[in-house]
Design a protein around this ligand. Sequence first.
Ligand code: BLA
Length: 238
Amino acid sequence: MFQPFLQHLEKELFSRFDLTSRPIAPELEFQISQRGKNPAMIESWCYECPQLRKIRYTYINAGETAQIFNSVIYPNHQYDLPLLGIDFLAFGKKKILVVLDFQPLFRDSDYLKKYIEPMAPIRAKYNELAQDLEMRFYDANQYFSPYLLFARTNPQTVIEQLFPAYQEYIQLYWQLVEQAEPKTESTELERIIKAQKDYDQYSAERDPASGLFNSYFGHEWSEKFLHKFLFEDAVAVA
Ligand code: BLA
């Protein structure tokens, strides 16, 4: 269901940036579970380049049962840019949830004007993908923008609307990366480092996927995946 989205991201990344692999522990990079009705495979990729310090994406393929594409792009600490967040989930054809956003690190009006307001014209074209759904795990006012795509949808809309929307959002994100001016002052860098770290902490503590990871791959693997790959800057608490 979401393979073309992964391929598009990969093609874009490789054509625009000088990527270096960030190694992933082999047992986290690829795993297969025979626990469910259908075998579930999870595969992850991770890169860096001078502008982007961590580019990670994960695909879960459990056939008809689940198809999930999840990605976060963390800019280099010199850039206060939002993170690019992607979470597309399909549990069969009937339950499809898609979330796509530039996840703001700060919420002051200058920041929002610079990095979030540019999303508005794209967002306006895709009303069907911006539903006012309630968030059960996260706080919509933290690390989410007013122009996020967030929808329960169907396979046809994924192809006809989500794919073009996704291409436009990504295009705009590259534009913001290209235009970004690196901060040099250590207080500014520290502020960005802390904000990215807080994002990992917040996300690790709330990750709605841990139940799913546990059920497919067991508790130990899930904890390791969460803390050593997805949100490695979060501090583990017992
Ligand atoms: C929801 N994301 C979910 C859910 C799951 C995942 C299982 C719950 C779906 C449901 O309601 O049944 C899955 N999250 C994952 C997976 C990973 C993960 C597989 O981190 C890692 C591989 N989530 C993100 C990112 C965004 C995001 C980057 O990881 C930002 C675009 C958003 N996911 C997001 C939101 C919801 C969600 C907003 C709804 C949560 C809520 O209701 O509070």
